[in-house]
Design a protein around this ligand. Structure first.
Ligand code: GTP
Ligand code: MG
Length: 315
């Protein structure tokens, strides 16, 4: 149980039983309670609306809701935005120079489309000096599908004339066994970032556990709420540490009865609205991959062609 979860019990009007109900309903942080409506909270936790109003008011005080900042402060932070090289000039230029810090970049596409390969490549390139397109930082990988391969990192590091042992030592990997564990690891990442200069956080895959655990339409709202919280945790990590957040999302090449259009990744509008950049990957001839930038606040929709080989991602 995290400190934050313990905190819920200390809210006025919340005893152990209500705390348990809150947790079961997915309200594990002060923030999640603070932004809820009294009516919803009352219904979900079977408490009176007056009590719910009090609980929410206290949670608002306890939660770090953030506040208004002046434009010059926002500008100051924006000026620090870094760009991480992907080792493909075409992909870099599609992204306006590389993957941006303080943003979430989502890669979606079918199996084998290169999502994990790009993630591995970035885990190496982020360690390069800034003058070479890196961010001179460490990496955290939350691996939900057991697809992290140190052997692949060694190949990619060798190709860039980097000391592969050192490169591996700056990659902090954790397996996530279910969606709850995945969310806890994202919180844990904050602690790690106090010790290391973490400039890249990878969640590969963002959605596989959620997809497997929340089956059927009845569970959709719950899944979206959890995913939403997770995405906001990640975005916050990116802001606080000036890091790149890279997440992957598999979509089927065939139309799917439940998820529908293959070009519409799961997580729907939740993931879509929180991710700043969305890249749609598809396989092409001769080991090539086509990367399409779908959604961006300030860049045109366009495509880049990349290759995946032993060395990693290239043009
Ligand atoms: P899922 O996780 O299944 O959704 O797929 P993904 O999009 O993560 O695919 P991934 O990035 O794992 O891509 C795997 C593909 O990359 C393989 O099928 C190969 O085509 C290619 N690949 C991986 N390693 C190598 C390599 O060392 N050499 C070459 N030539 N290709 C490689
Ligand atoms: Mg993968």
């Amino acid at each position: 149980m995290s400190d934050e979860e313990n905190g819920i019990e200390k809210l006025p009007g919340v005893g152990p039983a209500t705390a348990e109900k809150l947790r079961e309903a997915g309200y594990t942080t002060m923030m999640s309670i603070a932004v809820e409506s009294p009516k919803n909270l009352a219904d979900l936790c079977e408490i009176g609306e007056a009590v719910a109003t009090k609980v929410i008011a206290a949670a608002k005080k306890a939660a770090d809701i953030g506040g208004f900042e002046t434009g010059d402060i926002v500008m100051e932070r924006r000026e620090k935005v870094g760009k991480l090289t992907t080792c493909s000039k075409a992909l870099n230029s599609l992204m306006g120079g590389g993957f941006e810090t303080q943003s979430i970049t989502e890669m979606f596409g079918e199996f084998g489309s290169g999502k994990t390969q790009i993630a591995h490549q970035c885990a190496v390139s982020v360690q390069m000096k800034e003058k070479d397109g890196g961010l001179d930082g460490d990496v955290i990988i939350i691996d939900t599908e057991n697809t992290f391969r140190p052997e692949r990192i060694i190949q990619m590091a060798d190709a860039l004339d980097m000391d592969s042992k050192e490169v591996l030592s700056r990659i902090h990997v954790a397996r996530a066994f279910n969606s709850h564990h995945q969310m806890l690891l994202a919180e844990k990442a904050k602690e790690l970032a106090e010790e290391f200069k973490v400039r890249l956080l990878i969640v590969d895959s963002l959605t596989s556990h959620f997809r497997a655990e929340y089956v059927g339409r009845g569970t959709l709202a719950d899944r979206q709420q959890k995913l939403n919280r997770h995405m906001h945790d990640l975005l916050r990590f990116g802001d606080l540490n000036n890091s790149v957040i890279l997440v992957t999302n598999q979509v089927s090449a065939k139309p799917d009865a439940f998820f529908g259009d293959p070009t519409r990744p799961i997580g729907g509008h939740i993931v879509g609205h929180t991710a700043t950049f969305r890249l749609y990957l598809r396989k092409s001839k001769g080991g090539k991959r086509i990367v399409r930038l779908i959604d961006s606040p300030n860049l045109p929709e366009a495509e880049a062609v990349i290759t995946v080989d032993e060395k990693g991602i290239r043009d």
